[in-house]
Design a protein around this ligand. Structure first.
Ligand SMILES: [Zn+2]
Ligand SMILES: [Zn+2]
Length: 251
């Protein structure tokens, strides 16, 4: 009954939205796409590739070549990372990159169903099988959050939480320093930039001896995820892994 009411009201919302936003793909701006597709058409969806082995066991960076035995990449061998491993659903490129930037910087929340689907179908089942205790989204600095009006890690983390059956703890971490944008920084500069940016603000009893999935929209060098993992481990977590929708690659 309730589900029916929700689906009816969702259809009404879609009808209402189609007046506001023409049903055109947000990526190619040519093909048609619906609200439930997050306005990303079938053709653009078909270009999305998924991250598959071989990838670094630690940071999940995909490796273009044939490696059949498990390996750790050069970057991970030379840096101190606090998460046990990091995994991403798709590379941060093409359609995913274009639409994710629109979603975050132009508040294009109507694209969210597209990302939700990727996270739910590809990260959800794996996390469910691995038996994690909590999902903690990477926080934004309060000033940035106020500017953007939402935290993408929290919004997408909620979809993952439902799909994986793992509760979300959104108040565990706080970003205490506004950090410079990381795009132009090298790996070591990024690590330094975020080292003291996070603090534990939750109830320590909630994370004591727990296995935690740290969640963010994009991971590039892993500096942010590692800084967050360090804070959670210091506060008593047993293990912290990192999952992201997209995986940025340093070129
Ligand atoms: Zn398209
Ligand atoms: Zn690595």
């Amino acid at each position: 009954m309730l589900t029916e009411a929700i689906s009816v009201s969702r259809r009404w919302l879609e009808v209402a939205a189609s007046f506001l936003y023409p049903e055109i793909c947000q990526s190619c701006e040519i093909e048609s796409a619906t609200a439930s597709q997050g306005y990303v058409c079938e053709k653009c969806r078909a270009t999305v590739e998924f991250i598959k082995p071989p990838y670094c066991q630690r940071c999940g960076a995909p490796f273009a070549g044939e490696i059949t035995s498990p390996f750790i990449c050069g970057l991970c061998r030379h840096s101190e990372l606090y998460f046990s491993h990091a995994r991403g659903v798709v590379p941060f490129e093409g359609v995913v990159r274009d639409t994710l930037l629109k979603y975050k910087y132009n508040r294009a929340l109507w694209i969210e169903p597209f990302f939700a689907e990727l996270v739910q179908n590809h990260a959800g089942p794996r996390l469910r099988d691995e038996g994690w205790d909590l999902i903690v989204p990477v926080p934004l600095h309060p000033r940035k959050r106020a500017e953007r009006e939402f935290n993408q890690a929290e919004r997408l983390g909620r979809h993952l939480s439902r799909a994986a059956g793992v509760p979300m703890e959104k108040r565990a971490l706080r970003r205490i320093l506004p950090t410079r944008t990381q795009t132009r920084l090298s790996a070591s500069e990024r690590a330094e930039n975020v080292r003291k940016a996070f603090a534990f603000k939750g109830d320590p009893a909630r994370i004591q001896d727990r296995r935690i999935v740290l969640f963010d929209d994009v991971l590039t060098t892993g500096a942010t995820a590692s800084a967050c993992a360090r804070v959670l481990l210091q506060a008593g977590a047993r293990e912290v892994c990192a999952w992201t929708l997209a995986r940025g690659l340093l070129h």
